[in-house]
Design a protein around this ligand. Structure first.
Ligand code: PLP
Length: 391
C-alpha cells in the first residue's frame, strides 16, 4: 500500500471496530465510473461503490438535489409530512411494480428486511418464515436469522428465533416446508453474494403461486437486484412474479443511505401507526437523493442501457481466466478458473475495482448503469493479459 493510502488506513484503524476486510486503497473522490485514491491514482469502478452508485459517482443532478435540500431543510423525521418525501414517494410508486404502490422508507437493506418480516407477520397473523440456503439478507440480529450464506450466522449464537432454509431454485423443497404458520418466504431473486446464482425462469411465478395457495406471502429481497440494475425496474417485473413485498436499498439513494419496503395495498392496510417506525428513514435528504436517482434513470434511459451492457458483458467469457458469465443486466458474475480473489487483486493493481463473492470462483461486477462498452472492453483486455486463461 502506498504511503498516503496507508496513512488513511492506519488513522481509521486506530479508532474503528473492524468490520470488513479492506482494499489497500483509500478512495477520496469519484465522478461517473471513475474513483481516485488518496494519491490521485485513478480506478475504473466496476464495483459501483459497493453496488450503490447506479447513476455514477457525483452525478451533477444528484449533487445539486442533495445540496439544495441540505440548504433548505436537512432533517426532520416522519413525525411530520414532508414535501421532499411526498414527491419521492409519488415517483417511487410509478417505478415500483404496479401492485406494490405502498412504501415504508428506512435506512439500510437489513432494516428493510426486518420491517418486511414484521409486515408479513402482521398481514397474515402467522409467525413462521422460510428462507433460502445461500441467501444473504443483512447482518443485524433479525436479518442474520434469515441469512444462511456461509459463516455469517454461525459466528454468533442464535440471536433470534432460527429461520429454516430450503434449496434455492427448488420448488418442491419450498412446498414441503410450507405449513399453516408460514407467514412468508423470503429470497433474493438472484443470490448475489452466493455467486450470482439465478433460478429457472419458471421458478419465480410458480413459487409465488404455491405460496399464495398456502396463504403465505412472498418477499423479494431486491437490495441488489432492484432499481433497474437488471435492466427492468425490479426482478419481480422481469419474472412477472406478483410478490407481496419487495425490499430495496443499495442503488435507491446512489450511495445516500436509504432503503424501502414496497408492499401491496392489502399488506399496507393491516399496519397501524406505531406498529413500526424509524427516526431517520424517509428523511428529506434521502428523499431528494432518491428522487434524483429516479429522474436520472428515466432521463438517461439507464434501464435499457443496463440490459444492453449486460448483454455486452457476456463477451467477457473466455477473456483470460473467465470461463463463463452469469447474471442479468448489470449484476454480473464472472466464473473464474483461478481464485476470484487473485483476479480481483490483479485487476485492482491494474486500476479496476471489482467484487468477490462467497463462491471462491465468482467475481462480481455491479457497475454504475452508466458504464459503457469501452470500459467493459478495457476489463476484457486486462483480463486477457492475466494468467489462468481458458482460451
Ligand atoms: N440483502 C442483500 C441481498 C444484500 O446484498 C445486502 C447487503 O449487501 C443486504 C440485504 C443488507 O443490506 P445493508 O448492508 O444495507 O444492511
Amino acid at each position: 500500500m502506498s504511503t498516503m493510502n496507508l496513512a488513511v488506513a492506519v488513522a481509521e484503524a486506530q479508532h474503528s471496530i473492524p468490520s470488513c476486510e479492506q482494499w489497500p486503497v483509500a478512495l477520496v473522490r469519484g465522478a461517473g465510473t471513475t474513483v481516485w485514491d488518496a494519491e490521485g491514482r485513478e480506478f475504473l469502478d466496476l464495483y459501483g461503490g459497493h453496488g450503490t452508485c447506479l447513476i455514477g459517482h457525483a452525478h451533477p443532478r444528484w449533487v445539486s438535489a442533495v445540496t439544495q435540500q441540505a440548504a433548505r431543510l436537512g432533517f426532520y423525521s416522519n413525525v411530520t409530512p414532508s414535501d421532499a418525501r411526498a414527491r419521492f414517494l409519488e415517483r417511487l410508486a410509478c417505478f415500483a411494480p404496479r401492485h406494490l404502490a405502498r412504501a415504508f422508507l428506512c435506512n439500510s437493506g437489513a432494516e428493510a428486511n426486518e420491517a418486511a418480516i414484521k409486515l408479513a407477520m402482521r398481514a397474515t397473523g402467522r409467525s413462521g418464515v422460510l428462507a433460502m440456503e445461500g441467501g444473504f439478507h443483512g447482518r443485524t440480529a433479525g436479518a442474520l436469522s434469515l441469512t444462511h450464506l456461509g459463516s455469517y450466522r454461525g459466528r454468533f449464537p442464535a440471536l433470534v428465533r432460527p429461520v429454516p432454509a430450503v434449496r434455492f431454485g427448488d420448488l418442491e423443497a419450498v412446498s414441503t416446508r410450507l405449513d399453516s404458520d408460514t407467514a412468508a418466504v423470503i429470497l433474493e431473486p438472484i443470490q448475489s453474494m452466493a455467486g450470482v446464482r439465478v433460478a429457472d425462469d419458471e421458478y419465480y411465478p410458480e413459487l409465488v403461486r404455491r405460496c399464495h395457495a398456502n396463504g403465505t406471502l412472498v418477499i423479494f429481497d431486491e437490495v441488489q437486484t432492484g432499481m433497474g440494475r437488471l435492466g427492468a425496474c425490479f426482478a419481480a417485473d422481469l419474472w412477472s412474479a406478483f410478490v407481496d413485498i419487495v425490499t430495496t436499498a443499495k442503488g435507491l439513494g446512489n450511495g445516500f443511505p436509504m432503503a424501502a419496503v414496497l408492499a401491496t395495498e392489502a399488506v399496507a392496510a393491516t399496519v397501524a401507526a406505531g406498529d413500526h417506525g424509524t427516526t431517520f428513514g424517509g428523511g428529506p435528504l434521502a428523499c431528494a437523493a432518491g428522487l434524483a436517482v429516479l429522474e436520472v434513470l428515466e432521463a438517461e434511459g439507464l434501464l435499457a442501457r443496463a440490459a444492453a451492457m449486460g448483454e455486452y458483458a457476456k463477451r467477457l467469457a473466455g477473456a483470460g481466466p473467465v470461463r463463463a458469465v452469469r447474471g442479468r443486466g448489470l449484476l454480473v458474475g464472472l466464473e473464474t478458473t483461478v481464485p476470484a480473489r487473485e483476479v480481483a487483486a490483479l485487476l485492482l493493481a491494474r486500476g479496476i475495482l471489482t467484487g468477490t463473492s462467497s463462491d471462491p470462483h465468482v467475481l462480481r461486477l455491479l457497475p454504475p448503469l452508466t458504464v459503457g462498452e469501452a470500459e467493459l472492453d478495457r476489463l476484457a483486455r486486462t483480463l486477457s493479459e492475466m494468467p489462468g486463461g481458458v482460451a
